[in-house]
Design a protein around this ligand. Structure first.
Ligand code: PEP
Ligand code: MN
Length: 290
C-alpha cells in the first residue's frame, strides 16, 4: 500500500517535471546555489548585498554625492538609470550615454561596480561597455530578442519581474538568457500590479522563497518600486531579508523632493543608512551577514 502511494507520488513528480518548460534555471538541473560575481562582489552567497543609488542619473554632483554616501553606509553596488523606461513620453527620459559616463566616473571614485538598465537590443553593447551588471526592467521582462542579446554578452544580468508576470514567466524569461550561454542571472521581485492602489505595486514576498525552491539563481528584492512609498521601505527591506533575499536594491537621492523620477520612493542618504543598520541583526539571526 505504502509503496503504491510512493510510486504514485513519483509518477506525479515526473509529470510535473515534464510540464516544466524551464530547465537550465531549475533546481533539478543544478542543486547548488548559483553565485553571481560582479567585479569581486558575490550575489547568492552568505552575504546579503545591498545595491543603492538614484532612480535616474541626473547630474555629476547628484550621482557622486549619492555614490559616496551609500558606499559609506555599506552598499556594494551603485544603481542609476541612464536609459529610462517612462510611462509618459513627456517625462524625463534619462541622460543616455552621458549618464553612463557619469556612472563610470562615480565607479572610478568609489570603486562601486555599477548596475544600469538596458532597454533595447541595439544598446546592449553600448551599455555593457560601462555597466558591471545589466538590468532588464520590468517592462522588458518578456522582450525575448533583448533577453537573447544579453544572453550572448559575458556580463551578469539583473532580470526584473514584470508587474503583470507570474513567477513561472519570470523563470521562463531567465531561461532565454541562460539558453544563450549566460548563467550569471539574478532574479528580481519588484512588486506586481494588484487591485490595491495605496501602494504603487504589491510586493510578492512569497516569490522569494518560491524562486529559491524552484531555481538555483540568486533572488533580489526591490522594495522601492514594489511600494512606491518611502515610509514602507524599511519594514519591507527587513521582511525581504527575513524571507531569504540574497540582495536588495534601494533608491537613494540627496534631495528626493527635486528628483527627476521616483522622488516619492527615494530615501535620503541618512534614511538609507538607518535601514542598513536595521537589517544587520536580522541577517545575523538567519545566519547571514551584510
Ligand atoms: C528601475 O529600477 O529603474 C525601474 C525602472 O524599475 P522597474 O523596471 O522595476 O519598473
Ligand atoms: Mn525608479
Amino acid at each position: 500500500m505504502e509503496t503504491n502511494n510512493l510510486e504514485k507520488m513519483s509518477e506525479i513528480e515526473q509529470m510535473i517535471k515534464k510540464t516544466q518548460e524551464f530547465k537550465l534555471v531549475s533546481r533539478e538541473f543544478q542543486k547548488h546555489d548559483t553565485i553571481v560575481k560582479i567585479n569581486g562582489v558575490e550575489i547568492g552567497g552568505k552575504s546579503i548585498i545591498v545595491i543603492a543609488g538614484p532612480c535616474s542619473v541626473e547630474n555629476e554632483k547628484q550621482v557622486l554625492e549619492t555614490a559616496k554616501s551609500v558606499k559609506k553606509s555599506g552598499a556594494k553596488l551603485l544603481r542609476g538609470g541612464a536609459f529610462k523606461p517612462r510611462t509618459s513620453v513627456y517625462s524625463f527620459q534619462g541622460l543616455g550615454e552621458d549618464g553612463l559616463k557619469l556612472l563610470l566616473k562615480a565607479k572610478e571614485e568609489t570603486e562601486l561596480p555599477i548596475v544600469t538598465e538596458v532597454m533595447s537590443s541595439d544598446k546592449v553593447k553600448l551599455v555593457a561597455k560601462y555597466a558591471d551588471l545589466l538590468q532588464i526592467g520590468a517592462r522588458n521582462m518578456q522582450n525575448y530578442p533583448l533577453l537573447q542579446e544579453v544572453g550572448k554578452i559575458g556580463k551578469p544580468v539583473l532580470l526584473k519581474r514584470g508587474f503583470n508576470s507570474t513567477v513561472k514567466e519570470l523563470l521562463l524569461s531567465a531561461e532565454y538568457i541562460m539558453e544563450q550561454g549566460n548563467s550569471q542571472v539574478i532574479l528580481c521581485e519588484r512588486g506586481i500590479r494588484t487591485f490595491e492602489t495605496m501602494t504603487r505595486n504589491t510586493l510578492d514576498l512569497s516569490a522569494v522563497p518560491l524562486l529559491k525552491q524552484l531555481s538555483h539563481l540568486p533572488v533580489l528584492v526591490d522594495p522601492s518600486h514594489a511600494t512606491g512609498r518611502k515610509e514602507l521601505i524599511m519594514p519591507m527591506t527587513r521582511a525581504a531579508v527575513a524571507a531569504g533575499a540574497d540582495a536588495l536594491m534601494i533608491e537613494v537621492h540627496p534631495n528626493p523632493e527635486r528628483a527627476l523620477s521616483d522622488g516619492k520612493q527615494s530615501l535620503r542618504p541618512n534614511e538609507f543608512d538607518q535601514i542598513m543598520k536595521s537589517i544587520k541583526p536580522i541577517a545575523k539571526i538567519i545566519g547571514r551577514d551584510l
